[in-house]
Design a protein around this ligand. Structure first.
Ligand code: 4AD
Ligand code: MG
Length: 476
């Protein structure tokens, strides 16, 4: 007999049906009631044993974390809120769990504690819910683009370029680093390295995706990216996943439209398909909010916030308008911002949060940024000062999407590369995309974990992946 996932039992089980359940014990109460979870849903199923017919040895092993196999008939549950429970005919302990040392005893654990037990934490309601929602979002992304005729591309993970030019790359080599080969000038001789040149883990699949767009039309990537930025924040990972659509014959305005449509599509999908998990996370967040001082509490609950984003059009403002608003803002006049506001600055998190959470109170798209703070590939505006960049800023998260129209003019691109010290020899192929049949094109990058953070209401990005990677931390 095959096991039936608990999710399926609750959705389509029938009274009297004999089923096989396999999962992990959450609790064992009154010598009779075993609460079992198998990860398919947040809901546990209750298995009821006949205590007098069950050996003391087996009962002593029904500890939190033990894995069990239960065969029995589905009967109506007397417990509140549950439709079914299992009347146990046969119970086997598959794997024991010593209650003296099992870390996930049935009580509330802090997220910090759970991070140290990342190999077990998906068994908790919180992390289990987050990972199930993460799956829903990933599937939704593919479906969104598939429905719109975009082709999914896998761009290389090992690359010679630093697309964002931020110099935060992880070097990849098969050199014996204790014993590096040197050339005549006593410099490391990369000709002898595996690829015959220095390479790194990709920070973005964009440049390669542009080659895809310039042939297949509309494409997207969805893959891991790596950044060695030393940002120990709740929104940065050293390894994160990015979704990067790239569209031929599309300009900035349409790029922004696609971004907004995609974000809403994904949020709607989570609201519609992840009821049980969302309900739990909504309560979790509400409890967490209660521990904060009143002035720092969010006005909306998680589900309310998601619905609010769905129902409201994102505000679109230029960078220059954003700076004007910030300059005239109360916190600026009262010198409450840590970073001064001047045209040309990179917007800091405090500025983004003011605009999104205090001023507009909804997601905003900021476009036309100063060229000095953006990457070399962005399309230059005629004013000579700004580029056709756009960032989508979300409440509680800040920047969730970064994108732009791309510079399609060969000469303009070359000049900009020179100004920004981007080597043309390395990107000869990227320049050829402008030489042979260049065309307007645009794209953006959505930080997958930041989005999952938003829809789950988790305060720390380290809690929305299985095994997070951040400075000084590659455990598991
Ligand atoms: O703004 P970014 O750097 O844009 C790019 O990489 C472009 N090449 C995208 C494109 O146009 N195709 O990064 C895009 C998004 C950010 O808005 C943010 O959500 C996320 O990636 N991101 C990170 N997420 C987690 N940890 C980090 N260290 C991140 N850095 C960026
Ligand atoms: Mg960015």
């Amino acid at each position: 007999m095959k096991r039936t996932p608990i999710k399926k039992i609750f959705s389509s089980g029938k009274l009297g049906e004999r089923i096989l359940v396999k999962g992990w014990v959450r609790t064992f109460r009154n010598n009779q009631f075993i609460s079992i979870n198998d990860g398919s849903t947040i809901n546990n199923i209750q298995a009821v044993i006949d205590s007098s017919q069950t050996s003391e040895d087996i009962k002593a092993k029904l500890n939190p974390g033990a894995s069990v196999s239960v065969l029995g008939a589905l009967v109506e549950s007397l417990g509140k809120g549950q439709s079914f429970e299992v009347q146990v005919e046969k119970l086997d302990i598959l794997g024991e769990s010593d209650p003296q040392v099992y870390p996930l005893q049935p009580k509330k654990h802090s997220l910090e504690f759970l991070r140290e037990k990342s190999h077990l934490r998906p068994r908790t309601n919180t992390i289990g819910s987050v990972l199930r929602i993460r799956n829903e979002v990933a599937y939704g992304i593919h479906q969104f683009f598939y429905e719109r005729g975009f082709y999914y591309l896998n761009t290389p993970i090992i690359t010679g370029s630093d697309a964002e030019g931020a110099g935060e790359t992880f070097r990849v080599t098969n050199f014996d680093i204790e014993n590096l080969p040197l050339d005549e000038e006593k410099k490391v001789d990369f000709k002898q390295d595996f690829f015959g040149k220095p390479v790194n883990l990709t920070v973005s699949g964009q440049l390669e995706a542009e080659a895809g767009a310039m042939s297949l039309g509309n494409v997207y990537t969805f893959g891991p990216t790596f950044r060695a930025e030393n940002s120990n924040t709740s929104r940065h990972l050293a390894e994160f996943w990015m979704i990067e659509p790239e569209m031929a014959f599309v300009e900035l305005e349409e790029n922004i439209e696609v971004a907004e449509e995609m974000l809403k599509y994904l949020i709607k999908r989570v609201v519609e398909n992840c009821n049980d998990d969302l309900e739990f996370l909504d309560k979790r967040l509400a409890d967490e909010e209660k521990t904060k001082p009143e002035k720092d509490r969010s006005e909306l609950g998680l589900v309310e916030k998601l619905k609010f984003v769905l129902e409201n059009e994102f505000e679109k403002i230029s960078y220059s308008e954003a700076i004007d608003i910030l300059k005239n803002s109360k916190p600026n006049k009262k010198k409450k911002f840590k970073f001064p506001v001047e045209w040309g600055i990179d917007l800091q998190s405090e500025h983004e949060r003011f605009l999104v959470e205090k001023h507009f109170k909804k997601p905003i798209v900021v476009y036309d940024y100063p060229k000095g703070i953006k990457a070399f590939y962005m399309k230059q505006n005629d004013d000579g000062k700004t580029v056709r960049a756009m960032d989508v800023l979300f409440p509680g998260i800040g920047e969730i999407i970064g994108g732009s129209q791309r510079e399609e003019g060969l000469d303009k691109l070359k000049t900009r590369m020179q100004e920004m010290n981007v080597l043309q020899e390395d990107l000869w192929w990227y320049l050829e995309l402008r030489k042979f049949g260049t065309a307007p094109h645009s794209g953006f990058g959505l930080g997958f974990e930041r989005f999952v953070q938003f829809v789950t209401g988790m305060g720390n990005i380290r809690d929305v992946c299985l095994f997070p990677r951040f400075p000084q931390h590659a455990e598991f």
